[in-house]
Design a protein around this ligand. Sequence first.
Ligand code: 5GP
Length: 190
Amino acid sequence: MKLLEQRIVSDGIIGAGNVLKVDSFLNHQMDVEFLNKLAEEFYRLYKDCGVNKILTIEASGIGIACLTAQFFKVPMVFAKKSKTKNIAGDVYTSKVESFTHGTVYDIIVSKNFLNPDDKVLIIDDFLAKGQALLGLTKLVKDAGAEVVGCGIVIEKAFQDGGEIIRNSGVRVESLARIKSMSVEDGVEFC
Ligand code: 5GP
């Protein structure tokens, strides 16, 4: 999406450790009018797939997932990051290794909010090594539901997450795909 690529070039900041900061419009301050255009694009891509639920992971996926859910007119569910060691049996759970923090945490979704007849669109802000998406797809599969696909705002295509998820047979649509980035040369898109 050209609009998004331009915004990444103008407002993105390349940080240490292959982290792109887009705090001014996506991850901290949110340009809601702009993000709504991205949500509409996710709707255009998946509108004929029978999506009846949007799933994301707290915290940074929630905003874009909410906006997307409005276009589909379906509920949005976010997986919570749990600090509780003994997780009760009324939740689906999975482990995720955080790309930005380097730690492993549990994510949970109440069994009340994922059902076998659900057709789920997973939305997230970034795709790097694919750990967040793998954790979320596991929750959906454990519920006996179907992953229709994933909608990602920014995929760092120089990392292997996109390949891992696509090779597992899951459709992934990313609105911007970064081929390479460095402080010296800036961002190059696929
Ligand atoms: P993955 O699980 O694919 O390795 O990483 C995806 C998650 O890590 C996303 O939910 C996102 O919050 C975070 N993340 C990964 N790479 C970046 C990045 O370059 N910038 C920011 N702001 N977050 C990232």
